[in-house]
Write a protein that binds this ligand. Structure first.
Ligand code: SF4
Length: 126
């Protein structure tokens, strides 16, 4: 079985590792923003419910429509999670990739923690 593809930050998630899924297809609660990009062609399908007479599209679906590599990554992730079938297997799939990332981040935080707990730093604080 393949691995979920995590990516590092984007325009709104600065400094955050995350994985993404296809917009609209994986948004059961979406109404005013419900937009889909066709898996193969990227063609946008609008199913938004207007708000005060205004209709707007999902930013993520537009990203998928413009960039086939983004669309592919999201569908690959979705296929992997669906193939996992159970919540336990899905969690295992997510942990498999996120655990090494968490250790990498913890390594960086460890440096910060060491700085915070050092006498020099605490005495600077007060
Ligand atoms: S904005 Fe896009 S990704 Fe977010 S819930 Fe709406 S359709 Fe889904």
């Amino acid at each position: 079985m393949g691995l979920l593809k995590f990516t590092f930050e984007n325009a709104k998630l600065k400094g955050i590792w995350h994985y993404s899924l296809p917009s609209g297809f994986t948004c059961p609660g979406a109404k005013s923003c419900k937009t889909f990009a066709d898996r193969i062609t990227g063609k946008i399908m609008d199913e938004q419910t207007p708000v005060d007479g205004k209709t707007f599209r999902c930013y993520a679906a537009m990203d998928e429509a413009r960039r086939p590599n983004v669309r592919k990554t999201r569908w690959d992730n979705f296929d992997l999670l669906k193939a996992a079938k159970t919540t336990k297997n899905m969690a295992a799939l997510i942990i498999k990739v996120s655990k090494p990332l968490a250790y990498a981040v913890a390594g960086r935080c460890g440096c910060i923690l060491a700085a915070i707990t050092s006498r020099k730093f605490t005495s600077t604080l007060g």
